[in-house]
Design a protein around this ligand. Structure first.
Ligand code: F6P
Ligand code: MG
Length: 440
């Protein structure tokens, strides 16, 4: 984007990008290697010697990757043929074209952080698909499932609250309905604290009763455009100009965050604020905890088979929504590319056209925010609309807890004040935003 500031990158020693590439990413890679090791016997039992060989091969490819990263080697093209290989390699050439002659090749600590971090997860996937017969192994599956199991108590509380709230939903007045809507939105926002890449793949489950903490968390919402979201949806409901009202949710993490998103989606249907919900997940294991179709189906199945009455009621309803086509899950390779979202009309016109059918799109999480804003060193006060750089498939709202050194659309002085009192405010996940872009 012409005239935009520099990208966040590992060049800035001491920045969160730098620390991520230096410490957190190697830690994640080591954990992936350990996971493969631990599944050694399982691979042997399933595939015999071939399984053992495949495990060794994947580990050696991943060790090589870790070494390339730690010694800041040039970023190399992908070699294994997959649906997106050519697009990735073209993007690498594009990164090369942005460099000066004297800079050499794109490198881990030199190139945009967004690019190298996405590339790292894509290379993990390459190591796995180069190692048949274990080429469908999800190296993050265990952590995602553990996060879900450790959040059991919170899942039950949330499901019970949802069922209780739905009983009375028809009788709620406008203000009460709005109050409930805001609650479920906040639950989905704070659910985004539970991402496993920030914690280096360590558990980051939800153990407290989130419903009881919402009030206390309010001061940590730095941008709150939820009123605009409410106006949009309640107007759709009131005017009923259209038979259908469609909300699209670009999912982030599996485990507890996914539950909070499904609970919100259920509330939107039960309250008739929406008539259909479309979800978007990742086609390959991504940023440790991101949701794949497997995770999506797995979570719904777990909820359905819960021993807890209200939880399993949720699971039954959710499976029905899917059956009836009121909940639709979409896969698209664009979500696991390194591109900023303003490139979507060129790179994935079919996906852009799909998103245009939504009445509003909710983008969950930190990585989506980085891609919406291009992961640049924007001033804190620049308007959100401006940094989207023409990406407006439909009105949209980011629900994100802050885990990267980027935030736009703040009030003058707000960012500086936070920096003075809490130097790490941008990266701990303590703060959150509901940032909306759409008609006023
Ligand atoms: O490690 C990079 C990063 O984008 C962080 O900024 C963030 O902690 C994480 O990955 C992804 O977070 P989320 O799951 O909220 O997209
Ligand atoms: Mg994530």
């Amino acid at each position: 984007m012409a005239g935009s500031p520099e990208s966040l990158s590992g060049q800035d020693v001491g920045s969160f990008a730098y620390l991520t590439i230096k410490d957190r990413i190697p830690q994640i890679l080591t954990k992936v290697i350990d996971t493969l090791h631990r599944h050694k016997n399982e691979f042997f039992e399933k595939h015999g010697e071939e399984g053992t060989e495949a495990e060794k091969k994947a580990i050696s490819l991943l060790s090589k990757l870790r070494n390339e990263l730690q010694t800041d080697k040039p970023i190399i093209p992908l070699v294994e043929k997959f649906v997106d290989t050519d697009i990735w390699n073209q993007y690498l050439e594009y990164q090369q074209s942005l460099m000066n002659e004297s800079d050499g090749k794109p490198r881990w600590f030199y190139s945009p952080w967004l690019f190298v971090e996405c590339y790292m997860y894509r290379r993990i996937h390459e190591a796995i698909i180069q190692s048949p017969p274990i080429d469908d192994f999800d190296v993050f599956k265990e952590s995602k499932e553990q996060n879900f199991f450790e959040s059991q108590e919170s899942v039950m509380t949330l499901c019970a609250y949802l069922q209780e709230s739905m009983k009375a939903v028809e009788e709620l007045g406008e203000e009460q309905l709005k109050g409930e809507f805001f609650k479920f939105l906040q639950v989905s926002l704070w659910g985004n604290k539970c991402d496993l890449s920030l914690s280096g793949g360590e558990t980051s489950s939800q153990k407290n009763n989130l419903m009881n903490s919402l009030q206390d968390l309010q001061p940590f919402v730095l941008v709150n455009d939820s009123e605009r979201l409410w106006s949009l949806l309640s107007n759709c409901k009131k005017t009923r100009e259209k038979a259908s009202v469609r909300v699209d949710i670009v999912l982030d993490n599996a485990g507890f965050e996914l539950i909070t998103d499904l609970v919100l989606a259920d509330f939107l249907l039960s309250s008739k604020l929406a008539t259909e919900i479309h979800f978007y997940g990742k086609m390959i294991p991504w940023f440790v905890s991101d949701t794949t179709i497997h995770d999506f189906n797995w979570v719904i199945k777990q909820v359905k088979h819960s021993n807890h009455k209200w939880t399993s009621k949720c699971g039954v309803d959710w499976a029905n929504y899917i059956k009836m086509g009121r909940w639709v899950y979409h896969d698209h390779l664009f979500w696991t590319l390194p591109h900023e979202y303003w490139a979507m009309p060129q790179v994935a016109p079919d996906l852009y056209a799909e998103l245009q059918k939504a009445d509003v799109i909710l983008f969950k999480g930190d990585l989506n925010y980085r891609k919406l804003t291009g992961d640049r060193k924007w001033a804190f006060t620049i308007p959100f609309h401006q940094v989207l750089n023409g990406f407006h498939p439909a009105p949209l709202c980011s629900l994100r807890t802050l885990k990267a050194e980027i935030q736009v659309g703040l009030q003058p002085g707000q960012g500086e004040e936070l920096t003075a009192s809490e130097p790490n405010w941008l990266t701990t996940g303590k703060y959150g935003i509901f940032q909306f872009d759409g008609p006023l």
